[in-house]
Design a protein around this ligand. Sequence first.
Ligand SMILES: Cc1ncc(COP(=O)(O)O)c(C=O)c1O
Length: 372
Amino acid sequence: VTQRADAGSRRSLNGTEPADLGRTGPWEQGSSLPLVRVENDRSAGVLARFPSVLGTSVSGRGALLAILERVVQPQSRIWLPSYFCPDVREAVRNSFANTLLALRDDPREAVFEMPTSRFAPDDVIVVQNLYGMRAEPEYDPALCQTCAIVEDHTHDPLSQWARTTDADYAFASLRKTFPVPDGGIVWSRAREELFPVVPNPQGMLEAIGDRVKAMLMKQEYLVGSGQIEKASYRAYEDSVEDAFGRLPHGTMTDVSAALLQVLPVDEWRAAHRRNFTFLAGRLRCAGFDVLEPRASEAAPFGVVVDLHDPELASHVRDGLLARDIYPSVLWEEAEEGVQGGFSKEHLVLKCDYRYDEFVLETVADVFLALAE
Ligand SMILES: Cc1ncc(COP(=O)(O)O)c(C=O)c1O
């Protein structure tokens, strides 16, 4: 795969000082995923990597809600990670009258907590592989007999933990990690009953069509033909998020399923690992704290820099944005059970398959110039 966006980046970055980024041509780092050109079909596809896919959804939250529909009973309490995607928490709250409880999951800690003595029979416990950096937990076997364990692998759907898990159910949003307009899946090695195919409302399909349009236009913009303005693809980007907030979520579209068949995901995970080592190393050497992966085969999509200071984080973020480098903040909502104000003190610098050392060197230079 040759990502034309990268070719565009390389052209406009050549000979460019960090301070001039964004003034010399189309360049973006860290923002949403454009479509990619696929040059061969040697990939076995994403879905074939999972032991047993039981169902799909257009989104991660659709996948989780389908699982919860199946396992939640009137007496169940639903445990969600304390630091978690707010849209997902909101969707669960809107769909279930059951009590929601927080499972302490502090990004600064190596592991999330499993307060076994506080769990009751039929509770549903949702855990996540935060930033794709967590190691596979060892669950108390007694817990697995009485509660349902649901794992969220959105941040690294293809980790070893994800592919070999024995949890009752695992799910992931695929649209966040792979360049597809929609997509979420549910899999399990412990359960066999398939999830029904659910049609999407027309408004959802139209919004996903807009997302395809945005991804294509963004790809063209980054090539630098000069025919597409940034505002034109940005105008289409929000419609899918708006539909996801309003409409029921049906099964993953055939467009996304087909794209997932041909993406070279093994090469991409290797690129994540290489890029993470490079960028995290640069920042660590300069004295900055980055969160450390706990699994030896982790392939994080980003380097999470902990600046320990909200004003510094905000200053660096503004400076990066002004240079078309888009750090993400997962998540902006104040967190429960997490020490300090992590959400305001960190930035995630993307180091995914779109980038190489050349681009990441520039990102590191800009970051360090701002932060120091
Ligand atoms: C850990 C995690 N789970 C679930 C989701 C929800 O995915 P979707 O937006 O496809 O519903 C996200 C989205 O960012 C996420 O980060």
